[in-house]
Design a binder for this molecule. Sequence first.
Ligand code: AMP
Ligand code: MG
Length: 413
Amino acid sequence: MLSVDEALEVVRREAKPLASEEVALADALGRVLAQDVAADRDLPAFDRSAMDGYALRAADVADAPRALELVGEVRAGQAASFELGPGQAAKILTGAPLPSGATAVQQVEKTRPLDEFRVTILARVDERQNVAPRGSEVRKGERVLERGRLVDASAIAVLAATGHASVTVARRPRAAVLVTGDEIVDFAAAPGPSQVRNSNGPAIAALARLAGASVRVVGIAPDRPDATLDALRDGFEGADVLLVSGGVSAGDYDLVEPALAELGTTFFFTGVAMKPGAPLVFGRRGDALVFGLPGNPVSAQVTFELFARAALLRLQGARVASRPRVSVELASTFRNRSGRACHVPARVRLEDGRLVARAVRSMGSGDLVAHARANALVVLEAARSEAAAGESAVALLLGRFLDDDGAPEEARA
Ligand code: AMP
Ligand code: MG
């Protein structure tokens, strides 16, 4: 069985960037840039006042206090129609361009009006003080965002400021979501006593959307070979990635892998040495990738987080396809008797300047409620059967922000 890192390497290798498309800036959020982005002008585009105050020549107020002659006013969006001579000042507002001749701005709090025509500057200023010089942030033509960058709100700001009303991004991968299991019923239906509501389908669809995919819900396939074949065939239709839940263990009714084989799937791996989630299938059929995720709800979400998310992001050419890893201090003893790399749902937070991880009380890989209380996965490598309180470990941050009661502060991560 492959290790997590080996499997991830295979996923990265097989998920090759899809085509790109141009979208309006308003539609770029959450997409991945398929172009480098350059500034179309200097930023700031002019010598910009950072304060409300008076534009002046710094040399004139070296021996402040000093009275200067008022020659006008410059507001944001205006250009001064005058030039500032020696001994002169102009009222200036934040964001306004410095009039020519001026070399600095003194903030209004350090000035006092003398009369209608003069102002007293109470303190000296350095050359360029309170001025953001033209091009000091970015030069025209300079690269401001790189291809492969996820477009977040800060990138939207950069695109807008540098003249990009539209931008080239990777097209959204088309994901199809299929769940399997005789016991699984639609979440909107009333489950019988031994039936289970379909939670994986909605969870996987949500995870795929958060990773930038468009999602088609294929439905629920019963555990019969013909039905599994039909549902898989349907799922592959038009998909870049088929995401299947359940039916990949070694049980009598685990029919997904043989059905995928019958449909001509090439398998890259059929298991990963990890817990939860060992029976994880990854393959290709034609142009489509396919993941057979374990049915256990936590296993399905964890294996998606690690592998399917990476695949969807790589299909979009994203340079960063994994969740951030940090070093945490363990608040209690973590055990790993599986002999595989173990991913334990945990709560990570800053305590006295250190990132501390607490295990979430969980009944195991079926406990989706416990998983929703975690914001991280603490990783215990295969060889590490025990990690004592106070020791450190690597944690994978899931991009979820929870308050102390485990309630999400922000759902869109
Ligand atoms: P399987 O991998 O098919 O053996 O399923 C393992 C466990 O996960 C079983 O207890 C299933 O009932 C549960 N399970 C499978 N699919 C789903 C689903 N779509 N939603 C919720 N639980 C599921
Ligand atoms: Mg099943």
